[in-house]
Design a protein around this ligand. Sequence first.
Ligand SMILES: *[C@@H]1O[C@H](CO)[C@@H](O)[C@H](O)[C@H]1NC(C)=O
Length: 207
Amino acid sequence: MIFTILGLIALSSFPFIQGQADPVKVTVFYESLCPYSREFFVDQLAPTYESVGEIMLVETYAYGFETEIARPSGDGYTFSCQHGSDECYGNKLLACGQKYLEDHEVFLDFNFCIMTSDYPPSYGVQCSNQVGLSPDVLIGCANSTEGENLLHDVGVVQGQQDPEVNYVPWIIINDVHGTITEDEARANLKYLVCHTYEGELPEGCNT
Ligand SMILES: *[C@@H]1O[C@H](CO)[C@@H](O)[C@H](O)[C@H]1NC(C)=O
């Protein structure tokens, strides 16, 4: 009983700690070379995360309109992508980065580095260096069946979405996909995140 009362007092003396409200979950399905996906990262996702990332939970899946065929050997897949084979390679860089960067915030830094560059498939070395990941590990993964299997796994997650992903970027807020919310996210993600969050707003929401 004593401990419970002390616990209540302790909790009630810090009514404004962040983490009281759930972060706003932003899930994005995209393609590394899709111009609209890149635009969303450049204009909305990266700057919004920079400003109010502490109230966001961002999940990203680079797959999109891709087809895959399992290799006859039984290991790996060959892919074909909407914007050509470079796009598949860019998507593999992202799938491999996600595996090797276990700190999610560091992975997002890497992801934003890739997606806000002028040509995502070409930035594997530079962006892995930027976050302290060995480029050999990243490129080794992206150029092998390991990267193929990881990209396949991303496709599995995309395939489980209901409603199904039928354009990119496909943006889901707090696990619900709606076209009105998605339009708001594309127009002003920070406004949407700040207005959706139910806790004390961070400084970044004021600007
Ligand atoms: C990895 O694959 C990319 C894309 O196919 C290619 O441009 C690059 O030369 C390969 N790098 C290595 C180290 O094999």
